[in-house]
Design a protein around this ligand. Structure first.
Ligand code: UD1
Length: 344
């Protein structure tokens, strides 16, 4: 058995897929989650896939003493992957304090306690949102940080700065900041996947829910952008590929391969795909026709962004491997699985 890793937000979408990959690679995982946007049954799904049930603590990291009790109970945690955060852009505009409190206080509590318990490595879930609309595409890690478009985006920027400042001040651990592009899809087993509460805000869950008939019609937010087909362009990355990058990041820090105590990597495919292209690839890959209409632009959307992932490819030794068609099929299989189970 390799090192013990704390995965905060481990019952969530990316956290659960990462737990699977960590366990497959031989790490022992402790999941912490307040289940504010997830479900304890996810732990069963992880166990069915890997044959191992991760330790699970239902708690809120805003409670520092509860976090301390977790470190006391699970002695010897060597690495932390911090997924626990609120992530809905629109909600963050309406409830900024909720976002600042939840995303920042939890980070501060973690950074306070990590040195006391000998934690050597921290992976932070950041986002390409820190680049805003980049001046140069594809965007690499040296691109300037742009003013955040939402409190959610701001919490990602601030957390990156807090971690960097703390390490530069001599904190005894390393960190890797992972800037995700647009994670989509589900585990090939269809045991775990994305399960948004209420009406999905993100494109892929909206597509699969429309395809299965839960939603009447998909709205394409704008076809008058300055892109080849007029719809917005993003870099859609398969969640299982993304999860594997976290294992690489933990390995890199715990095996002392980092070149710097804080490192940043873009996690994307390097390929930009428009909303309309994504819809058509989904239809081809699954054989399911989608009802959609062109709607007005969504406030705050940027026109186009895709990654230059070469640093992650060469330095981290990680590459996105799964095709978009296979990724979309996995999302559709997950939606079918939810239907079979009567969930949606
Ligand atoms: C946004 C955030 C990102 C965050 C992610 C998680 C920004 C710039 N990006 O990504 O930081 O990590 O949410 O929630 O703040 N679309 C439609 N119809 C829909 C839904 C979406 O056409 O019903 C389009 C959007 O206009 C966009 C694309 O699909 O062009 C992807 O949207 P979405 O899945 O919401 O992700 P982002 O906005 O890229």
């Amino acid at each position: 058995m390799k090192a013990k890793i704390l995965v905060t937000g481990g019952a969530g979408y990316i956290g659960s897929h990462t737990t699977v990959e960590l366990q497959n690679a031989g790490y022992e995982v402790v999941i912490l989650d307040n289940l504010s946007n997830s479900n304890a049954e996810v732990i069963d799904g992880i166990e069915r896939i890997t044959g191992i049930r991760p330790a699970f603590e239902k708690m809120d990291m805003q409670d520092k003493e509860a976090l301390r009790r977790l470190f006391e109970k699970h002695k010897g945690i060597k690495g932390v992957i911090n997924f626990a955060a609120s992530k809905a852009v629109g909600e963050s505009v309406k409830k900024p304090l909720l976002y600042y409190r939840n995303n920042l206080v939890t980070m501060l509590n973690l950074l306070d306690l990590m040195p006391e318990y000998g934690v050597e490595a921290l992976v932070f879930s950041s986002s390409c949102t820190v680049y805003g609309q980049p001046d140069v595409l594809p965007v690499d890690e040296t691109a300037p940080i742009k003013p955040a478009l939402s409190p959610y985006g701001n919490t990602k920027q601030i957390c990156e700065e807090i971690i960097t400042d703390t390490i530069h001040a001599g904190a005894p651990f390393k960190s890797i900041l992972l800037r995700y592009f647009n994670p989509i899809g589900a585990h090939p087993s269809a045991e775990i996947g994305e399960l948004p509460l209420g009406t999905p805000q993100n494109l892929l869950p909206y597509i699969t829910q429309t395809a299965i008939g839960v939603r009447e019609q998909l709205s394409v937010f704008g076809d008058d952008y300055d892109t080849p087909d007029g719809s917005c362009i993003r870099d859609y990355i398969y969640v299982v590929d993304l999860a594997k990058a976290h294992v690489k990041a933990i390995e890199r820090m715990l095996e002392n391969k980092s070149q710097d105590n804080v490192e940043i990597f873009n996690l994307g495919t390097g390929k930009g795909v428009s909303v309309l292209e994504l819809i058509h690839t989904f239809e081809e890959a699954t054989g399911v026709k989608l009802r959609y209409k062109i709607a007005g632009r969504r406030e705050g959307d940027i026109t186009q962004v895709w990654a230059d992932p070469r640093k992650a490819n060469t330095v981290l030794g990680w590459k996105a491997e799964t095709s978009l068609a296979d990724t979309l099929k996995s999302a559709w299989n997950w939606q079918l699985h939810l239907r079979e189970k009567g969930i949606m």
